[in-house]
Design a protein around this ligand. Structure first.
Ligand SMILES: [Fe+2]
Length: 426
C-alpha cells in the first residue's frame, strides 16, 4: 500500500450555499483521498460489506437459536458491577440494550399517572394547538407526543441515582480519551430534556421509517466529522471504531428540524407502560458499524454525483432498500418491555418504529438519553438551563413553550446535586 499523498478535504462549518456543488466536490475529494492510500473505493467498501455480513450472520444465528438479538441486562447487575464479559461483548457488538428493572415498575406507573395529572391540571389538552413540527405529527385532538419537558416525573428520573449509574455504564463503553484529549466525562451527564410519548390502546399508527439521527450532510462536510470518520476516508478502514469518541464532541452541527445539538453516546427511553414486542415498537439495525456503510455507500459509482443516497439538510437521514438493503435485513425489534425498563441504542444506529393496527395496551415512554459532559453538551447546557428556569421548550424543539405558565412545573429548589451539575447550575 502506498501512502504518498493524502489530499486534504474541503470542509464547510456551516451549510454550503450550493448543496449539489458541495456534494460533488466532497465526493470527488473523498474518492481521491481514499485512492491516495493505494486502495480503491470499492476495496474499502468491500471491507465494510464483509464486516456487516459477519455481524448479520451472528444476528441470524441468535435468531435461529431463539436467543434475544437485543442484549438484556438487569439493572441490579449494572449497579453491582456484575455484568459479565460475555454480556459486555454482546452489548458492544449489537450497540443496543434493554435494562430490565431500571426503575421499579410501580414507580414508573406512578410517574405515568403523575404526567397525566400534570397536563390535565394545566389544561394542556384544551390548549393544545397541534404538532409544532411534522416529524411526529398525529391525527386527533390528543397528541401522542406531549411537548412537555419539566414535569416532576421527568425531572426525578433524569436526576435519579439509577439513571446516573446506567448513563455512566453506557458512556464507559466508549473510548473517551485519545490524542491527548479527554473528549467527554463519562461520569457526568448533561441533561437533555426531551418529550413524552403516550400512545393509547386502539390506535392505528403508520410507524416511522428506518433512519438515523446523528447528523446529515455535516457528517461528511465538517472538519470535525471528517476526523471522526478519518479511517473510512484514508485507507485504514479496518481501524474504524464506532466506539471512539474522538472529534465527535467538539464540532458544529448543521441546523435542522430533527437535529440533536447534544452528543449522545446512546439514545434512550424509559418505559412508563408495559409494551408487547408486536405493538408498534422500536426496531434497530443492531450493528454500530453500519455507519461505515452509510458513509461510504454514496461514493460508489451507481449513485448520482450530486446525491448522498438521499441525505440532505433539514430532513431526517434515511436508510432505505434502494441503497442499504443488507443493513435493513437485520432490522430487529425490542423484546417485550415492562414499565420501568429502559431501552438504549448507539447514537449512530439506524432505527424505526413498526406500524401497528388496533394497538393493545398503552405505549408510553419518556425519552432520556446518555449525553456525557463535553464541549458540545456544555454549549447546549446554557440553553437547557435557560429553558428550565423559564419553563420553555429547549432549543432543539419547536417553540411551543406550554409550561411557561404552569405553576407546578419542577422548580430549581427541587434539584439535587446531579440535576444542578447536569445544567451547570451553581
Ligand atoms: Fe430517530
Amino acid at each position: 500500500m502506498t501512502t504518498t499523498a493524502a489530499p486534504a478535504l474541503p470542509s464547510w462549518q456551516t451549510v454550503p450555499e450550493d448543496l449539489p456543488a458541495a456534494i460533488r466536490q466532497i465526493k470527488r475529494a473523498l474518492r481521491a483521498r481514499i485512492e491516495a492510500s493505494g486502495r480503491s473505493v470499492h476495496d474499502v467498501f468491500a471491507v465494510v460489506e464483509r464486516r456487516i455480513a459477519d455481524r448479520a450472520a451472528e444476528i441470524d444465528a441468535d435468531r435461529k437459536r431463539g436467543e434475544s438479538v437485543w442484549p438484556v441486562i438487569d439493572y441490579t447487575d449494572i449497579a453491582d458491577g456484575s455484568v459479565t464479559p460475555e454480556q459486555l461483548d454482546k452489548l458492544k457488538r449489537r450497540g443496543c440494550l434493554v435494562v430490565r428493572g431500571h426503575f421499579d415498575r410501580d414507580q414508573a406507573l406512578a410517574w405515568d399517572t403523575d404526567i397525566v395529572s400534570y397536563v390535565e391540571r394545566n389544561r394542556f389538552f384544551e390548549n393544545y394547538t397541534g404538532p409544532g413540527d411534522d416529524f411526529f405529527g398525529s391525527v386527533g385532538s390528543k397528541p401522542e407526543i406531549y411537548p412537555v419537558f419539566w414535569s416532576g416525573a421527568q425531572m426525578q428520573a433524569r436526576q435519579s441515582d439509577r439513571m446516573t449509574r446506567v448513563q455512566s455504564f453506557l458512556n464507559s463503553l466508549w473510548s473517551n480519551e485519545s490524542e491527548g484529549v479527554r473528549w467527554f466525562d463519562p461520569d457526568r451527564d448533561a441533561m437533555y430534556p426531551d418529550r413524552i410519548r403516550r400512545r393509547p390502546p386502539g390506535v392505528d399508527s403508520r410507524g416511522l421509517g428506518t433512519h438515523c439521527d446523528p447528523g446529515t450532510l455535516d457528517l461528511w462536510m465538517t472538519r470535525e466529522y471528517q476526523r471522526t470518520f478519518r479511517h473510512l476516508f484514508d485507507g485504514t478502514v479496518e481501524d474504524y471504531d464506532p466506539w471512539d469518541a474522538a472529534h465527535r464532541t467538539t464540532g458544529p452541527q448543521y441546523p435542522g428540524t430533527t437535529m440533536c445539538s447534544a452528543f449522545r453516546t446512546f439514545q434512550g427511553w424509559t418505559a412508563l407502560s408495559d409494551m408487547d414486542h408486536d405493538q408498534g415498537v422500536l426496531h434497530t439495525v443492531p450493528i454500530p458499524e453500519a455507519m461505515a456503510y452509510l458513509m461510504l455507500r454514496p461514493l460508489l459509482d451507481d449513485v448520482p454525483d450530486d446525491d448522498m443516497c438521499g441525505v440532505t439538510v433539514n430532513q431526517v437521514f434515511p436508510a432505505d432498500r434502494k441503497w442499504h438493503a443488507p443493513l435493513l435485513d437485520t432490522l430487529t425489534g425490542i423484546p417485550d418491555i415492562r414499565a420501568g425498563d429502559s431501552v438504549w441504542w448507539h447514537c449512530d444506529m439506524i432505527h424505526s418504529i413498526a406500524p401497528v393496527t388496533d394497538q393493545k395496551g398503552w405505549g408510553n415512554v419518556m425519552y432520556i438519553p446518555a449525553a456525557p459532559w463535553c464541549p458540545r453538551n456544555e454549549r447546549y447546557a446554557d440553553r437547557v438551563r435557560e429553558a428550565f428556569l423559564t419553563g420553555s421548550s429547549p432549543g432543539d424543539f419547536p417553540e411551543e413553550h406550554y409550561e411557561r405558565t404552569w405553576p407546578d412545573r419542577f422548580g430549581p429548589d427541587q434539584l439535587n446535586e446531579t440535576g444542578r451539575r447536569s445544567m451547570d447550575l451553581a
